[in-house]
Design a protein around this ligand. Structure first.
Ligand code: ADP
Ligand code: MG
Length: 320
C-alpha cells in the first residue's frame, strides 16, 4: 500500500451509512430522496490567505467543514455528505490527526459523512471541501426571493468574530482581556442548519454572513432588486462586546466577516412563525430592518441616511 492510501485510511476513511458508498471506490454514491433536489457548495482554503500557517489543525478542520455547512443552512438544505480535497507539503502526523478530528467530529454532529476526496502533494496546505445537501424542490431559500416590505432578520449575534480577529492581529490592546470570550465566535462557528431547515416555507431570501452583514445583505438586495433600511440600534452585538466603544462595535457588526449567522427576509405576516422557527432551532433571531422598493443594493439607516460600510467586505481580487 502506498503512503497516500495509508494516509487516507488512517485519517479519513469512515464507515459510510448503509445506503451510501463512501471512501474507497472511484465515486461516492448517495441516494436523493424523491421530490428533493441536491444543494452543492464548495470552498477552497489556502494557507497564508484563508488561515495562518500555524493555526490549530483541529480548529482548521472544524472551520473548513463549518463554513460549507453554513452554506447549506443558508439554502434551507440538510446535509447529506461531503468530499475533501487536500494538498499537503508533507505528511505531518500531528497536523493530520488534529485536522481530521476537527473535521470528522463536526461531520458526525451534523450527519454529513465524509464520502471521498483527493489527496496530493503541493507547496502549501490547500483544502477544498464540497458539501452535498438535500432540500425539497422549490423550497430552497434563494437570494433572489426577497420582496419589498419584507422584514430583515439576523440570527445570533454580530461582531464577536471580527473583534477577536482584530485582537489576534494586535489591535485593541486595552480590550484584549475580552479575547477569551470572543475567539470561539471566530474559531468555532456554529452552522445554523436547524434554523435554515425551520425557515423553509416561512422566510423568503436567506444568506449566511461570511464577508460582513452589509456586503452579504447587499447580495440579497441585488439579487432581489431591492433596497433596505437597517435599524442600527436593533443590531444584536456579541455579549463579549458590551461596554466597548459604540463606533468600534458598530463597524464590526456591519463590516466584520466570519460570522456564519443567517441573514434572511420574511413577510411581516410571518413574524410569529419566524420566532417559532427560531425557538424550534434553539437560536435567537432579531429583526433589524426591512426591504424597500428603491435603487437595488442601496442601504439607509433608521433616519433615512445612506449607509456605507466603513470598510468593504473581503475581496480577494480588489485592486487587480
Ligand atoms: P482515484 O484515483 O480514483 O481518483 P484516489 O486514489 O484519488 O482515487 O482516492 C482513492 C479513494 O480515497 C477514493 O474513494 C477517494 O474518494 C478517497 N480519498 C482520497 N483522498 C481523500 C481525502 N482527503 N478524504 C477522503 N477521501 C479521500
Ligand atoms: Mg483521485
Amino acid at each position: 500500500m502506498s503512503a497516500e492510501f495509508d494516509l487516507i485510511r488512517k485519517y479519513f476513511q469512515q464507515p459510510a451509512p448503509a445506503e451510501m458508498l463512501g471512501v474507497g471506490d472511484d465515486c461516492a454514491l448517495f441516494p436523493v430522496p424523491v421530490g428533493q433536489v441536491v444543494a452543492v457548495s464548495t470552498d477552497m482554503l489556502v494557507e497564508g490567505i484563508h488561515f495562518f500557517p500555524d493555526v490549530e489543525p483541529f480548529l482548521l478542520g472544524h472551520k473548513a467543514l463549518a463554513v460549507n455547512l453554513s452554506d447549506l443552512a443558508a439554502m434551507g438544505a440538510e446535509p447529506v455528505g461531503c468530499v475533501l480535497g487536500l494538498s499537503l507539503p508533507r505528511v505531518d502526523a500531528n497536523w493530520l490527526d488534529g485536522f481530521s478530528r476537527g473535521f470528522l467530529e463536526l461531520a458526525r454532529e451534523y450527519d454529513c459523512p465524509l464520502l471521498g476526496g483527493d489527496t496530493t502533494r503541493g507547496p502549501k496546505v490547500c483544502l477544498s471541501v464540497t458539501v452535498f445537501g438535500a432540500v425539497p424542490a422549490g423550497q430552497a431559500l434563494r437570494r433572489d426571493a426577497g420582496r419589498a416590505g419584507d422584514d430583515i432578520w439576523v440570527s445570533g449575534t454580530l461582531g464577536g468574530a471580527d473583534l477577536a480577529l482584530q485582537m489576534l492581529q494586535g489591535g485593541h490592546t486595552q480590550e484584549a482581556w475580552r479575547l477569551p470570550g470572543l475567539r470561539g465566535a471566530l474559531e468555532r462557528p456554529v452552522p445554523q442548519v436547524a434554523l435554515g431547515r425551520q425557515l423553509r416555507g416561512i422566510a423568503n431570501a436567506a444568506i449566511d454572513i461570511s464577508d460582513g452583514l452589509l456586503q452579504d445583505l447587499g447580495h440579497i438586495l441585488i439579487a432581489s432588486a431591492s433596497a433596505a433600511q437597517l435599524d442600527l440600534q436593533a443590531l444584536p452585538a456579541h455579549p463579549g462586546l458590551s461596554g466597548m466603544d459604540d463606533a468600534v462595535v458598530l463597524d464590526a457588526m456591519l463590516g466584520g466577516g466570519d460570522v456564519y449567522e443567517l441573514c434572511f427576509t420574511a413577510s411581516a405576516a410571518q413574524r410569529e412563525q419566524v420566532q417559532s422557527a427560531a425557538s424550534a432551532a434553539g437560536v435567537s433571531v432579531t429583526r433589524i430592518g426591512m426591504l424597500l422598493a428603491g435603487e437595488p443594493g442601496t442601504l439607509q439607516d433608521g433616519r433615512g441616511l445612506p449607509l456605507h460600510a466603513a470598510r468593504a467586505g473581503f475581496d480577494h481580487f480588489q485592486g487587480q
